[in-house]
Design a protein around this ligand. Structure first.
Ligand code: 5GP
Ligand code: MN
Length: 345
């Protein structure tokens, strides 16, 4: 067992009051890893509250994909939840503490903080860090913890973890899917999880308001130096009645454009701040640009939050992307120019 797992095991030697947190505007991996770990820890006799600033997104409010979703709360500090205080805090799927948003209260600093995450830009902010950028998802890391500590995985935990893995890999379609990951998925399905439920209820579904927003955003599409991008001002969201934050499906769709190496979507939030979502085609990396702008993510999918106004945020991120892409194309050049096998003289 690796030392990080051993250290976590020691923290869990006695029944604890544990708070599980994940990031603002949570996705399937944030919710799946949180709820999966909640089921697992409760089966070990711990008392667990799971919380995040924005609650459970609409598509995940279904027992078939996120069993236990009704128990996830937005304010973990209410006296009836806090009890005599949390003895351990675990952050899931967060590359830095700002990602916890208002779900994190300064008084929690008294409890040890465990950071379980798979972002390459993770800042190792925990007292204990279980961080592996090679992992497909935070849910996969939770699975590894359960395996290492010999925790049985019941059907609910299995479903939550599979939901995290499947949403973060877009159903096993991304580059870092390994044979071992398919083995994990097989075992989660054998424990009772449904792969079809995640595909049908989460990945393949969106509401009409979101489809309307895709239409409006795609009508404004621009292509500059192989960056395909669009901006979603609040007025556009109002026209489509789309109050929830935009889903990541549109950026994934846009980066499929043959003429683009990167897709970029800027979304104006109600508070005026600008959410930036980026996707890279194979061979390109947007994580470092996101990190430099105060955000983070993965080489092929990253994001950050910028100050208003929208137009200025667009200029800032486009300039950074153009520079980074030019450098990355330079690095690609020698490999492309020299043939793998010397032609016979
Ligand atoms: P999405 O475009 O789906 O919202 O995010 C893509 C990836 O970037 C996700 O892994 C997400 O965690 C990360 N990300 C998005 N926005 C931010 C941000 O503001 N800060 C950080 N640290 N990561 C972000
Ligand atoms: Mn994730």
């Amino acid at each position: 067992m690796s030392s990080a797992f051993e250290a976590l095991n020691s923290l869990l030697a006695d029944p604890r009051r544990i708070l599980l947190l994940s990031h603002v505007n949570p996705d399937g991996d944030a919710i799946g890893s949180q709820l999966g770990l909640k089921w697992l820890l409760e089966a070990q006799g711990h008392q667990v509250i799971a919380a995040n600033q924005d609650g459970v997104p609409a598509l995940l409010r279904a027992d078939q994909v996120a069993p236990g979703w009704r128990e996830l709360v937005r304010n973990p500090m209410k006296p009836q939840r806090r009890g005599n205080g949390y003895e351990l805090v675990i952050a899931l799927d967060c590359s830095d503490m700002a990602r916890l948003g208002q779900a994190y209260d300064p008084s929690l600093a008294d409890a040890p903080l465990v950071n379980i995450d798979h972002h390459i830009t993770n800042l190792h902010f925990g007292a204990l860090n279980i961080v592996d950028p090679a992992a497909s998802s935070t849910a996969e890391l939770v699975w590894r913890v359960a395996e290492a500590l010999h925790w049985p995985i019941g059907p609910q935990a299995a479903q939550c973890l599979l939901t995290g893995i499947v949403t973060d890999t877009r159903s096993f379609r991304v580059g870092h899917v390994t044979p071992a990951l398919l083995g994990v998925a097989q075992r989660l399905m054998e424990a009772g999880a449904s792969l079809a439920a995640v595909n049908e209820l989460v990945l393949e579904r969106r509401d009409v308001d979101t489809i309307c927003l895709w239409g409006q955003a795609l009508a404004e599409l621009r292509l500059e130096e192989r960056i395909i991008w669009t901006a979603i001002p609040l007025t556009m969201r109002a026209r489509c009645n789309s109050i929830e934050q935009s889903d990541s499906g549109l950026a994934n769709f846009m980066v499929g454009a043959e003429e683009a190496d990167v897709a970029l979507i800027l979304t104006e939030r109600a508070d005026g701040q600008v959410d930036v979502g980026m996707r890279a085609a194979p061979g390109f990396d947007v994580a470092q640009v996101a990190l430099a702008l105060g955000g983070g993510g993965h080489p092929r999918a990253a994001g950050c939050t910028l100050a208003p106004p929208l137009a200025q945020a667009a200029e800032q991120v486009l300039a950074a992307l153009k520079l980074a892409l030019a450098q990355q194309r330079q690095q690609h050049l020698p490999a492309q120019q020299s043939p793998a096998v010397e032609p016979p003289a």
